[in-house]
Design a protein around this ligand. Structure first.
Ligand code: NAP
Length: 248
């Protein structure tokens, strides 16, 4: 029986590294993306070269209809997932609260929080042993920002990740008896494209001296923590979030 994992926002950055890592661990992968089909197709090609199956699926995970279609397409092509990695996330231009529009705040919350609820709901409906499923694992990608607050940069983003941490705690308790574990990772400063969205592509290098380990992290280092949470090695772990942040 093939093992199937869905990684949201898997065309680039942490999601792409996670998709490839889980493929190395023997999973067929649903590579979700929003716009960048070329990047998503490159990740699919890398996975196929590793000997696993993969499909790129365009879907806005903040939109309920898209999420339903995403899971349906995945199920039709690769099979029912036993793993969901809620990774897709965004941030906007560095600003203070007083300069944030309601549209920006709501977009951040819907894209980073509602998306995790919608995808987790579809996953639980399929994985729940109480509903006839085979159990599974959900990993939510939060951020060290949930602890640090991102003052002067994007407290809307930090607050969205605080909500993701609470989702991890609550859902883990809610679905433990369904045979589903729910955990999170809180990356720190990782070298990906996301910092360009905040208007500072070089943000990791500017701030790396404040990190106790004195360097930024690589997406593969976050993927390794996610892979452990997905694996049976973490079979007695649920409802926690692992900091992958170099000590910050
Ligand atoms: P990234 O390089 O900017 O990549 C973002 C990914 O999310 C892309 O694959 C993008 O697809 C996808 N995406 C964005 N909005 C989407 C939507 N509405 N529906 C579906 N997919 C969507 O980001 P990253 O740095 O790897 O971040 C991944 C996660 O880690 C995020 O949740 C982020 O908050 C978290 N994180 C990152 C850092 C860091 O320093 N990098 C630190 C802490 C936490 P397209 O390619 O199609 O645009």
């Amino acid at each position: 029986m093939n093992k199937v994992a869905l990684v949201t926002g898997a065309s680039r950055g942490i999601g792409a590294a996670t998709a490839i890592r889980l493929a190395k661990d023997g999973y067929d992968i649903g590579v979700n993306y929003l716009e960048n089909s070329d990047a998503a197709n490159r990740v699919v090609a890398d996975i196929v070269a590793l000997g696993q199956n993969a499909i790129a699926i365009k879907a806005d995970v903040s939109c309920e209809n898209d999420v339903k279609g995403l899971f349906q397409q995945l199920e039709n092509v690769l099979g029912t997932p036993s793993v969901l990695v809620n990774n897709a996330g965004i941030l906007y231009q560095q600003s203070k609260l007083v300069d944030m529009s309601v549209e920006r705040i709501n977009s951040t919350l819907i894209t980073n929080v509602t998306s995790c609820f919608l995808c987790a709901k579809e996953a639980v409906l399929r994985m729940s042993q109480l509903r006839g499923g085979k159990g599974g694992v959900i990993v939510n990608v939060s951020s060290a920002a949930s602890r640090l607050g991102s003052a002067g940069e994007y407290i809307d983003y930090a607050a969205s990740k605080g909500a993701v941490d609470s989702l991890t705690i609550g859902l883990a308790k809610e679905v433990a008896e369904d045979g589903i574990r729910v955990n999170g990772v809180r990356p720190g400063l990782i070298y990906t494209d996301i910092h360009e969205s905040g208007g500072e592509a070089g943000r990791v290098d500017r701030l790396k001296d404040r990190i106790p380990l004195k360097r930024g992290g690589q997406p593969e280092e976050v993927a390794a923590a996610i892979a452990w949470l997905v694996s049976d090695e973490s079979s007695f772990t649920t409802g926690i979030s692992i900091d992958v942040s170099g000590g910050i």
